[in-house]
Design a protein around this ligand. Structure first.
Ligand SMILES: Cc1ncc(COP(=O)(O)O)c(C=O)c1O
Length: 361
């Protein structure tokens, strides 16, 4: 069976499982903010209609300046991208034909970008037996053999985050060895544990590239907006590698407003903390294992029936709830399900199904 390689694809999944188009689906497979998009996005999008008759500013200076102001950086350090995905490919291109370190299970796009640019991949694995602990020592050992390290913080799909002290050691060694460190912060806005902003690290580390996505927090996967933050030379090389006008004008016009909407981000975090606190304790009370996430999704497995994760997936799907399978994540190989944290009503539906799974299956 050929599984889709991303979450959020209910139509393909229905086809794969020969379910009718009308089969109801609550989508827990894409890690999107259920509170979004903010209400003003619709009006802003409609307002930008007039701009479709002109080309976007190819330098995206307004958008980049608004990001730079918010991050305390210079616009020259910002690359506006067509989603976080374009930013990943642009960083991979920096080390075309070289070697990369990827720590699994993690987001599949790093390997795809590496394959695209002929980059050889060294793989390490989070320690599943110790709550997906980060393989700190092994990473330090591997650094001098590679040209780039891709780190996902918080990590998709585990929701865990490498500790700041470990990260600092990695950065120190990597800068010394001339290794590029790409930290994908697509989910950093959601971090419910203390999250020191890494942007100030750009002053110290010329080898650091931070990747951001506006997709997840603002629930705009169809808009395609992301950005990279790095030192000026790297940023300028990345911009030069972009397809001209890779971000459309309506999307670019949203950036200054999105970046200033800190109220929405704050409200989301408060909501998330409340949701996860109660959901987590309910899942544990039902006897499920959950990963120690610090963001808006988590891994789940039934310790009483570890071998039957696929049956659990199908049981949920048949009952209208779409989880993210983990068969395409090396290091998980289908033994867990990844679930987004949804609204309290939807989370309640999940809990009801998971308690039925205990009794009925
Ligand atoms: C860790 C991570 N980085 C980047 C992306 C890409 O985000 P975007 O939709 O903005 O391209 C995703 C999407 O799932 C992701 O999970």
């Amino acid at each position: 069976m050929e599984w889709p390689s991303h979450g959020g694809q209910p139509t393909q999944i229905k086809k794969l499982f020969t379910l009718s188009e009308q089969h109801p689906i609550l989508d827990f497979s894409a890690n999107l903010n259920p509170l979004g998009p903010p209400e003003w996005v619709r009006d802003a999008w409609i307002d930008s209609f007039n701009q479709i008759v002109v080309y976007p500013d190819p330098s995206y200076l307004d958008a980049r300046t608004s990001i730079a102001e918010r991050e305390g950086l210079r616009p020259e350090q910002v690359v506006l991208t067509n989603g976080g995905a374009e930013a990943i490919f642009l960083t991979a291109k920096r080390v075309q034909g070289g070697k990369a370190l990827v720590i699994h299970p993690t987001f599949g796009e790093y390997e795809q970008a590496c394959a695209h640019y002929g980059i050889h991949i060294e793989r390490l694995y989070l320690n599943e037996a110790e709550q997906f602990a980060f393989p700190y020592e092994q990473v330090l050992e591997a650094i001098s053999n590679v040209d780039v390290i891709f780190l996902c913080r918080p990590n998709n799909p585990t929701g865990t985050a490498v500790e700041e002290n470990s990260l600092r050691d990695i950065m120190d060694l990597a800068v010394h060895s001339g290794v590029l460190v790409v930290i994908d912060e697509a989910f950093a806005d959601f971090m419910i544990s203390p999250n020191k902003e890494l942007t100030t690290w750009l002053e110290t580390y010329s080898n650091l590239v931070l990747l951001r996505s506006m997709t997840k927090m603002f629930t705009i996967p169809g808009v395609r907006l992301g950005y990279a933050l790095t030192q000026e030379l790297t940023a300028s090389a990345m911009r030069a590698d972009q397809i001209p006008w890779s971000v459309n004008s309506a999307a670019a016009a949203l950036v200054p407003i999105l970046i200033r909407d800190t109220t929405f981000v704050k409200a989301t975090k408060e909501w998330l903390i409340e949701q996860w606190t109660s959901l987590r304790s309910n899942l544990i009370a039902l006897g499920y294992d959950v990963s120690s996430t610090c963001t808006n999704f988590y891994l789940l497995r039934d310790p009483q029936r570890i071998e039957q994760t696929q049956e659990l997936y199908v049981f949920l799907l048949n009952n209208g709830l779409l989880a993210r399978h983990t068969t395409t994540f090396p290091g998980l190989d289908g033994r867990y399900l990844r679930l987004a944290i949804r609204s309290s009503q939807e989370n309640e539906q999940l809990l009801q199904l998971l308690s039925r799974w205990r009794v009925e299956s």
